[in-house]
Design a protein. Structure first.
Length: 103
């Protein structure tokens, strides 16, 4: 599928120990479970991609379950925070680099 469909996505797979957070042109690879849906014990799979109508999670001993509206809002809040933090880190890093003409 096109990247345009996944402009906003939160994906986590426990079996891979990896996932991704993508929002507003920022993509961050995840190597630990994102701090969302923390009340769900033994979360093994999470996929939130509102552009294609995907919003589910799976627990270790269960089947895929659709997220509630509040759970989707929690994922979006997290993605917004990740995008802001990544942009801020990039801006700070750029400010620390020597400017052209400086040595």
């Amino acid at each position: 599928m096109s990247d345009l469909l996944y402009r906003t996505r939160l994906r986590w797979r426990e079996s891979h120990g990896a996932g991704l957070a993508a929002h507003e042109g920022v993509r961050v690879d995840l190597y630990s479970r994102p701090p969302v849906l923390e009340s769900l014990w033994r979360l093994i799979d999470l996929d939130y991609a509102p552009g294609v109508g995907v919003a589910y999670y799976q627990l270790a001993l269960g089947s895929q379950t659709d997220m509630s509206s509040e759970q989707m809002r929690e994922c979006l809040r997290y993605l917004r925070a990740v995008a802001l933090a990544a942009r801020t880190a990039a801006d700070v890093g750029a400010a620390l680099l020597p400017q052209e003409g400086e040595a």
